[in-house]
Design a protein around this ligand. Structure first.
Ligand code: ZN
Length: 154
């Protein structure tokens, strides 16, 4: 798949899923560019107040995906991988306010470390990030399966 074909597949998935996820009032920009570390493959930056988001997709996305995720979904067609990735990034837009809440309120849930003066510890942050990723992956799977089984009327 050429980078142009990858971009076209991303745009098709955005056109399909933005209305379904009720994100029509967002300005969502697709940028075909390798995300900044530590992110790999694809990532999203979103600003809730102004309803703007930028999705970065590595032009080499499929190769990165192969390295990281094929153990989970071996043999999945490329088009499905791309669609799942776009749904995943759009769901991050939906759950993004949770991150802000977490940063304010995580102390009661995970505690703090003494060394950093009571700030949220790196472990707690990693733990929360893993929860978010697994939740987003779970919801992505449900949405894609519903789509494939004609669970959507539109
Ligand atoms: Zn993610």
């Amino acid at each position: 798949m050429t980078p142009e074909q990858l971009q076209a597949a991303c745009e098709a998935a955005l056109a399909k899923w933005i209305p379904r996820l009720h994100l029509r009032d967002w300005r969502i920009t697709l940028v075909m560019e390798k995300p900044s570390p530590p992110f790999e493959g694809a990532t999203v930056l979103s600003v809730w107040n102004t309803r703007e988001a930028i999705i970065h997709v590595d032009p080499d996305y499929l190769a990165v995906h192969k390295k990281n995720a094929d153990a989970e979904a071996p043999g999945q067609p490329d088009a499905d991988k791309i669609e799942s990735m776009i749904v995943h990034e759009l769901l991050h837009i939906c759950e993004q306010p949770l991150l802000g809440e977490m940063q304010r309120n995580i102390k009661w849930a995970f505690g703090t470390s003494k060394e950093d003066g009571g700030a949220v510890s790196g472990d707690a942050l990693d733990c929360w990030m893993r929860y978010r990723e697994s939740l987003v992956n779970h919801l992505t799977r449900i949405l894609i399966e519903a789509d494939r089984s004609n669970g959507w009327s539109a």
